[in-house]
Design a protein around this ligand. Structure first.
Ligand SMILES: [Zn+2]
Ligand SMILES: [Zn+2]
Length: 448
C-alpha cells in the first residue's frame, strides 16, 4: 500500500488529492483516507447525518430516529466517502435508489469525510468509500471497502439474515371484508365521497359508460380535476335546480355560494338568475355564474394531488413556514415526497376530532403528537390480492389504536388496515416522480 500511503502525505491540497485519487482508483478501487484529520466540531452536524457516537448504536444516528419519536429502528447502511472520489461518485446513484426503494425499511446514509473531517475517525474508516452495515439493533454486522454494487449490497443483507421486508409485515389490525354490505342504491351514493346524495344538490355527469352521480358540484369538480385533458369537459354535466328539482346544464346554471355554520362553502344551483337573487336575499352568499363559481372552487388545491379542496375538510401542511393543504391525511404526508422537504401536518382524529400533528425530517417521522397516533389506510384487495387504496375519503388518523378500532366498528363498510405513521409516510416516500405526477393526475392517494 505504498502508493496509497503517499496520498496521505501528499494530500495537502484538495486538487492534488483528487488527481492522485483518480489515478489510484483503477489500481485499488478505494482510496486511502487521511486519518490524522483535525476535528472541527462546527463542521459536524445533523444535516450530514453525523452526530456524536452512542455506545449501542454506533455513530451516525440522526435526530429523526432518536428523541421523542415512535420511529421503529431500521437496518442502516452508512457509506463513508467523499463527494469527489470516483468510486464514491459511482456509489451515489446506488445509494439514491436504495434510499427511495427501501424508504421506511432501511436507512441509507452518506457521510462525506472531506466535509466532516472527524467522521473518518468516528467510523474507524481508513479507505473511502467504506460501506458499514448496521442491523436494526444498531450492531455493526459488516463493512466493505471500495465500490459495492446494489445487488451485492442486497445480497449481503440477505447473507447477514437481516430482513429488508419489515414494512411488508402483515398489519396488526385490518379488515378486508365489510362487516355489513353497502346496500344503498348506487344512484343515491356520491361516486366520489361515498356520502348520501341530497336530491337538491345532486350533480350528474353523463359518460359513455353511464351516468355518474355526485352529492354536489364540489364532488363533481374534484373528480373533474382528476380527469385527463381529453376527457375534461363540463358539457355533459347537469346540476339540480334548487327551486324545481329539475336538472339544469351546469354551465348555464346560476349559483348561490354561501357558507354553513362551520365556515364550509355551500352551493345552491338555480335555472335562472332571478331565482338565485331571490335565494341570496333570504340566505345570503354570492350569486355567481358558472365560470367564477368554478374559479372559486378551484382556488384551494391539495399540495400533493392538486385536486380542489375546502380548507374545512383538509389537513394543514406547513412547508418551511408556508401553509398548504392535503385533501386527506395520506395526501398530506405525500407532500413530503412531492416537495422533498420537511413538513408539519396538522390533522384531526377522525373519531374524536382532537388535533394531531406529524413532523417529518428527511422523509422520516421526527415527531408525533400524541406519540401513540396511528393511521387507517383505507384500502381493498384487488383480484390478485394486492391492497389498493380506496381513495382520499377513506383515509384517517387517530390519536390512539383504540380510537381507530372504535371508528372501524362504527363504519361497517370500511376496509383497510392499521398502519404506523412511519409506514404511511414511507409508502409515499417510495413513490417515484412519475408515480407522484400520476397520482396528481388521477387523484389517487397513498398507493400501497
Ligand atoms: Zn360527494
Ligand atoms: Zn390530495
Amino acid at each position: 500500500m505504498a502508493d496509497s500511503q503517499r496520498v496521505t502525505n501528499a494530500g495537502t491540497g484538495r486538487g492534488v488529492k483528487t488527481l492522485i485519487v483518480a489515478a489510484l482508483v483503477v489500481a485499488v478501487g478505494a482510496v486511502l483516507y487521511a486519518k490524522k484529520q483535525t476535528r472541527e466540531p462546527s463542521a459536524r452536524n445533523d444535516s450530514a447525518g453525523v452526530t456524536s457516537a452512542t455506545q449501542e448504536t454506533g455513530p451516525g444516528t440522526n435526530s429523526a430516529t432518536t428523541g421523542a419519536t415512535a420511529t421503529a429502528r431500521l437496518p442502516r447502511l452508512v457509506d463513508v466517502g467523499a463527494g469527489k472520489c470516483i468510486p464514491c461518485i459511482m456509489m451515489a446513484p446506488i445509494l439514491d435508489e436504495l434510499k427511495t426503494e427501501y424508504a421506511g425499511i432501511m436507512d441509507v446514509q452518506f457521510v462525506d469525510v472531506w466535509e466532516n473531517p472527524g467522521a473518518g475517525e468516528e467510523y474507524g474508516v481508513e479507505l473511502i468509500p467504506t460501506q458499514i452495515f448496521y442491523d436494526a439493533s444498531g450492531k455493526e454486522r459488516f463493512r466493505h471497502q471500495g465500490f459495492f454494487g446494489k445487488e451485492d449490497i442486497l445480497a449481503k443483507w440477505k447473507e447477514l439474515d437481516v430482513s429488508l421486508a419489515s414494512a411488508e409485515k402483515p398489519p396488526s389490525f385490518s379488515r378486508w371484508d365489510p362487516a355489513k354490505p353497502d346496500d344503498r342504491p348506487k344512484d343515491s351514493v356520491c361516486y366520489l365521497c361515498d356520502g348520501g346524495i341530497d336530491p337538491k344538490t345532486r350533480t350528474v355527469m353523463k359518460t359513455p359508460a353511464g351516468n355518474v352521480a355526485f352529492c354536489s358540484p364540489h364532488c363533481y369538480l374534484i373528480t373533474y380535476a382528476s380527469l385527463t385533458d381529453e376527457k375534461k369537459s363540463h358539457q355533459n354535466v347537469a346540476v339540480t335546480d334548487w327551486s324545481s328539482g329539475n336538472p339544469v346544464p351546469a354551465t348555464s346554471a346560476v349559483y348561490v355560494y354561501g357558507m354553513d355554520t362551520n365556515g364550509r362553502p355551500t352551493t345552491k344551483a338555480f335555472a335562472d338568475e332571478a331565482s338565485a337573487i331571490n335565494e341570496q336575499q333570504k340566505s345570503g352568499g354570492n350569486v355567481l355564474a358558472w365560470a367564477p363559481f368554478e374559479e372559486k372552487e378551484m382556488a384551494t388545491r391539495c399540495a400533493f394531488c392538486d385536486r380542489p379542496v375546502y380548507p374545512e375538510d383538509a389537513s394543514i401542511v406547513r412547508i418551511q413556514g408556508i401553509q398548504t393543504w392535503g385533501c386527506c391525511v395520506m395526501c398530506a404526508l405525500g407532500v413530503a415526497a412531492r416537495t422533498g422537504k420537511d413538513i408539519e401536518v396538522t390533522a384531526k382524529d377522525a373519531s374524536t376530532g382532537e388535533p394531531l400533528r406529524v413532523k417529518t425530517y428527511e422523509g422520516h417521522v421526527a415527531e408525533l403528537t400524541p406519540p401513540a397516533m396511528v393511521a387507517w389506510a383505507g384500502a381493498k384487495k384487488d383480484a390478485e390480492g394486492k391492497s389498493v387504496s380506496t381513495g382520499c375519503f377513506k383515509q384517517a388518523f387517530f390519536a390512539t389504536e383504540a380510537n381507530l378500532k372504535q371508528w372501524v366498528e362504527l363504519h361497517p363498510t370500511a376496509t383497510g388496515s392499521l398502519v404506523s405513521i412511519e409506514q404511511a409516510l414511507a409508502a409515499n416516500m417510495r413513490l417515484t416522480p412519475p408515480q407522484i405526477s400520476k397520482a396528481c393526475n388521477i387523484g389517487e392517494c397513498a398507493p400501497s
